[in-house]
Design a protein around this ligand. Structure first.
Ligand code: C2O
Ligand code: CU
Ligand code: CU
Length: 434
């Protein structure tokens, strides 16, 4: 185990007027040591895996200067951010930045929460090699925790020479999972929390395909936020599922048993019949000597109002997640097509989309640019208390989401966030029109 802190400096950004934050993100070849003694050839922003952690506050303007020093084109997508279509960082809104080229992303940060940025070009290679990082946006009146930590989870698949493996045909079907589990780019971190303390842990699942059913030694933990910031009320659980692309904000502690060692692990989860679910260990949390807590009530302060009135739901659109066998294995489909061209939606018009999974495998559905609410699962209404941009749709299951596009016309997309499924066609695009 390697001692780690993963502390986020969230205090200094909190007490200052809004700023323009300039960052340079050079995508380049680098070397990365995910496990002690095992150095791999990787690609990283500023040579780091994960890339620099960006901390800002609501009202700031982020100016990110992408410099492409890779041997192939690239783009940066700002996952979860409500920004103009031209800044979303996909090939729908800009042309890929060629080797030697650069691009300036500039947009205002409107929402507090835990976000991430990643390559949106040749993702099964570029993200796997390390082109991802976190962006944390602080709100004006956040509850106080004894510590604010960021944990970006990733799994790395190595080949026989200890280098990042090429994508296999099998990966196209089930999605690529690797045996080397890293938190902020390193294996087996050991964290310490003082007895009596309550900490905020921001979790990002940056894995290509791995579902993380997170448990902290089976202790009760509280979910205080999700993709789109704070929940209406904290939800106490002993485990939390985080699918690829999703984020969770957790209140951890207080633990009273000084000296206890808790495993940070993911419990077995069956997302496909093709993979045997197993328990995996990501790291360790040790309960240290007792300290006085300064944490204020971790209960969230957000107010998320349901978009859809109670009563029968009439979807405005159905999005079917499907698959088809071909000579080269599986194609992954939306409404029977690869890269489905969906109908436009109008600014201000309530969208109620039924996501219908026709396959036997789970898919984490991600919508770019707009937060949505999950309003029903398998036709059964659910109480709304959070904003999402990624939601799991279980095999043969049905999830109904609602969102109201605000005035950001342009081309947007949605897709399965299992990177190999996205690449094999499970994506759709649509225009937001005035
Ligand atoms: Cu993290 Cu197109 O998404
Ligand atoms: Cu995204
Ligand atoms: Cu999928």
């Amino acid at each position: 185990m390697n001692k780690a802190s993963f502390l986020l400096d969230s205090q200094s950004a909190r007490a200052r007027p809004p700023l323009e934050i300039h960052v340079r993100l050079e995508a380049r070849e680098t070397s990365w040591e995910p496990a002690p003694g095992n150095t791999v050839a990787a690609w990283g922003y500023e040579g780091l895996v994960p890339g620099p952690t960006l901390v800002a506050r609501v009202g700031d303007t982020l100016v990110a200067h992408l410099v492409n020093s890779l041997p192939e084109p690239t783009l940066i997508h700002w996952h979860g951010l409500r920004l103009p279509a031209g800044m979303d960082g996909t090939e729908l809104g800009q042309s890929p930045v060629p080797p030697g080229g650069h691009f300036e992303y500039r947009f205002e940060l409107n929402d507090a929460g835990t976000f991430w940025y990643h390559s949106h070009t040749n993702e099964t290679v570029q993200i796997e090699r390390g082109l991802y990082g976190a962006l944390v946006v602080l709100g004006p009146d956040e509850p106080r925790f004894d510590a604010d930590r960021l944990l970006v989870l990733d799994d790395v698949k190595l080949d026989g020479r200890g280098q990042i493996a090429k994508t296999a045909l099998f990966d196209r079907h089930t999605g690529r999972e690797g045996k080397v589990l890293v938190v902020n780019g390193r294996t087996e971190p050991e964290l310490e929390i003082a007895a009596g303390h309550v900490e905020l842990w921001r979790i990002v699942n940056a894995c290509s395909a791995r579902y993380v059913r997170l448990s902290i030694g089976g202790r009760p933990i509280r979910i205080v936020g999700s993709d789109g910031g704070r929940r209406n009320e904290a939800l106490t659980v002993t485990e939390a599922l985080i699918t690829p692309g999703e984020r969770l904000e957790l209140a951890i502690g207080p633990f009273e048993d000084e000296g206890a060692e808790l495993a940070i692990e993911s419990l077995p989860y069956r997302r496909t019949a093709m993979k045997r679910p197993r328990l995996d260990t990501w790291g360790k949390l040790r309960v240290g000597p007792r300290a006085r807590t300064l944490a204020t009530a971790p209960a969230a302060t957000a107010t998320v109002w349901p978009l859809v009135p109670e009563g029968p739901l009439t979807p405005t659109r159905t999005v079917r997640l499907g698959a088809r066998m071909t000579l080269h294995g599986h194609d992954w489909l939306i409404n029977d097509r690869q890269h489905y061209h969906d109908a436009p939606v109008k600014v201000g018009e309530l969208q109620i989309w039924e996501l219908l999974n026709e396959t036997g495998m789970d898919h984490p559905f991600h919508l770019h640019g707009f937060f949505f609410q999950v309003v029903a699962v398998n036709g059964v209404p659910v109480a709304v208390s959070e904003w999402k941009d990624t939601v799991n749709v279980v095999g043969k299951g049905r999830v109904t989401i609602a969102f109201r596009p605000d005035d950001r016309p342009g081309q947007w997309m949605y897709h399965c966030h299992i990177l190999e499924h996205h690449a094999a066609g499970m994506m759709g695009h649509f225009e937001v029109v005035r």
